[in-house]
Design a binder for this molecule. Sequence first.
Ligand code: MRU
Length: 355
Amino acid sequence: MLPTIDWEDGEVVMVDQRKLPAKEVYVRSKTAKDVAKAIKTMVIRGAPAIGVAASMGVVLEVRRSSATGTTQLATEFYRACDLLAATRPTAVNLFWAIERMKRTFADAMKAGQSVDELKDTIDAEAKRVHDEDVASCRALGRFGAEVVPAEGHVLTHCNAGALATGGYGTALGVVRAADEAGKKVAVFADETRPFLQGARLTAWELLRDGIETTVITDGMSGALMRSGRVDVVVVGADRIAANGDVANKIGTYTVAVLAKEHGVPFYVAAPVSTVDLATPDGSAIPIEERDTKEITHLGAAQLAPDGADVWNPAFDVTPARFVTGIITDHGICRPPFTESLRAACEQAGAPNRPA
Ligand code: MRU
């Protein structure tokens, strides 16, 4: 399993995803503020992974608290939650994880737990968030493997792999599960401008697993599909609205439209913690806009001239009509998504942000 995020000596350790694949270096966090910075600056990224990170950030804060009473601990706990929630706006898993930590804390307070007991309760809940995320990825991978042919090519966009989750991955979890089931699967990875999650991270983690990977630039996917070499598209998601509209890394929408044009099935792989029943459709999903320097520069090298205007939305929304199916840890949801997504959430027991 890849070392996306873990505990070491009471600190949270994350592989620095900004440096991969050139360097495998680790960033240590001692406080919720450190974790918030790591999320904001993309040391760790990917919807499920930032949810896991946020829950661990909350643990760091309550663990280091010198509060002697539960009211003081609660103040510090909720402050940490607010800080972590203000990092990135689009991936709903972040808010899902924080809400889950808040619910657990509130229930434990109601049950009259002491400061030490509260700390242990929060610690245990964060571990569950992490463990369940890995289990969800494995479950959705098993469901999704059926959409991958016995021998063929999957096209993916961005990185929805072990690095983007607690481990194993969503879209790449489907690829891994197909590979483990003995299918001969190879991957086309869109490079994914501007942060290059596909070229840097998807290719790196798949090659470590011995899965054949071909990197293409984002502009090549249409020609590739037209050549008949893509059997199925599988991507991840940052937030799925109640009607099946999907927010994912910028460029996903383009891939979905091209897939429809070329008759290639377009699947989204995500745990139900990415489904947001409180958001009726994609128009209500907040889209993060990031620093323009991500576009104008590549590291220290300037690509665009001074004075050029830049638009840098980190995500786009793919309308549900372009989506063949949504592979969740509770089965593959098919259109009409309003019904199938609600059913998957109900089956999961604790619907995320209920409508
Ligand atoms: O900006 P990022 O790298 O956090 O964006 C990540 C994506 O868009 C992923 O496809 C999505 O979070 C799914 S990760 C399993």
